[in-house]
Design a protein around this ligand. Sequence first.
Ligand code: PMP
Length: 695
Amino acid sequence: MKSNTLHLLPVAYGAGANRKGCEHASDALLALGLRAACQRNGHHSELAPTLHTPPGERWAALATLLQQQTAQVTQSIEDGMLPVVIGGDHTIAAATWRGVGSALNVAPGLIWIDAHLDGHTPLTSHSGNPHGMSLAALLGHGANEMTQLAGPALDPTRVVVIGLRSWEQEEHDLFRLLGVHMYDMQTIAKHGLHTVLRYAIEIARGPSGEAGHFGVSLDLDVIDPIEAPAVGTPAAQGLHSNVLITALRGIAYEPGFCALELVEYNPLLDVEKHSAHIAIDLVSAMFDQNATACIYVENTHGAHNYAPLPVVLTQGKGSILWDVEGKRYLDFMSAYSSVNFGHAHPRLLAALSAQAGRLAVTSRAFHNDRLPLLLERLTSLTGMDKALPLNTGLEAVETALKAARKWGEKVKKISAGKTEIIACEGNFHGRSIAIVGLSTEPQYRDGFGPFPAGTLTIPYGDAEALEAAINRHTAAFIVEAIQCEGGIRIPPAGYLAVCAEICKRHNVLLIVDEVQTGLGRTGKLLACQHEGVKPDGLCLGKALGGGLLPVSAFLARRDVMDVFTPGDHGSTFGGNALSAAVALEALAILEDEHLVERAEQLGKYMIERIKALHLPAVLEVRGKGMLIGIEVDPAILDARAVCEALMQRGLLTKETHHTVIRLAPPLTIADAELELGIKLIAEVITHLGQVARAA
Ligand code: PMP
């Protein structure tokens, strides 16, 4: 937002349509608190005198009004304010965006949120009413009264119509010819309003990107008339108001946002004032600082290496998260299984604060009295001989790779510099240069090479490929028990056991990355235990920190770990007393609350329940324990759009690979919460599937 002062510009014009009422909209909305709603987030506002239709013949009066309004909008921007034009019917748009363009010396992009196109000229109009002509006029087509105004015509390639569902062929043809982007209700249902709006903002900003100006013209008839019937021209099957409110929240903080227009409220039809309150909530949400200001500041000052769902979380308890607007969500993501114990587990909080007050970080230059307890517990739980404590998952994997290379040279006696490590296609082991060097995902590698030599990849789930790839230089095979980021891919039964046998026969280390699958998530302590496999090297992370701290470990057979001598490898924070105390408590809770067993039972139940629903567009429901993926048919549904719709309904999760919806709630989730989650998933996929089929 360029300005913190909103300039409210009421335009009492209702003569653009046959039905009376919209001329009273601005008075009515202001009387019901529109100004206060705009100011709620710390903005100043100035209220301009209401513009009224001058007396006289319809078109001549309109010409005069639009000229006055154009000048007023221009002046508002030149005075350093952000115009908020309150109509009136949609005719007045013909002036708003000319006025904006006049002040900026260039036409802004425009997001036109409306059930209609308003793309007629007097020659094509069926009714002759100007409220169906304003967008055509803004594009330079139509009567002089509506086009001969100060300021440039809009660039059609930077105009986006959203919510379209009622139009006449002539106007649609005109806009198609001009290159206007039109998103109808079916497209919105398929991709989700959030996604469509993101596209719209980019299109409206135009080629100069974030430097490009754009505005929003919001016609209230875009909302379903069941919710907001008091509009100029209701059209059935519209957007849900809460979805629109959520999608538009904070749009005013988008770089380039320069003006807002709200039109087509008809107070004469609004006996219960319900439509007015929706209109006010919409405007208020657009200027709501909370979520979008957070996102805006993050995007402005932070690297853009993630594309999070547009939700800003502020609190968590158990399986519930709350966003900054106080909306409640079920957490079906658990921070990629880091939060297996739920948010703010009281025992973990107590362990954290008690240890933090006693001793936290001393580095490995000295011993501390917590680390030995953790190492003993970890090794006895997993049956591994030794453990090396670290912080993040990638450090555990990096440590495994270093151990494997050195073991290859020093123990297996592979010629120096010749060791090879085999990984699987579709793997995800983290983001360091060595680790993305193992990846087969082009984006993870692009621009980050060259990568360390001596690695190769084979198809996941294919034990014969492993046998064929092993040669005398092979030191290790690193594999995920289930490929999580790769799309919750579960290898064929017996795969890991056969791999273990092959590795043993060839004296190759089997390193299993259980950073995400470990510590109960899949219904066993370790996912490799489903096949009775004991690896030579094991990577743990995520849940080991109890959802409070980054704590990871590489565990291994004695002869593997013993290749490390003092000075070979280390980490300042690895094994600190605070991390060790929290991890110890996390492991204790895992046992005390029988979470491994719970994951097994609830996971089975979840998979069976979801399978039995026979949801549309679902190709497969698969998983182990509480690590579950729903694979959808990409020709019908986009997994990201499903996750966005789930977010709207109050369930948070993240897709993997565009086609898989991941379900990984905390292992502590209550039965009723799980039921609610399944119900929301069923409703959302059923709804989106039906809409896509109907399209
Ligand atoms: N291995 C696996 C299997 C993972 O899923 C991840 C993270 N998603 C990592 C390693 C890397 O962990 P971190 O992000 O903590 O470095």
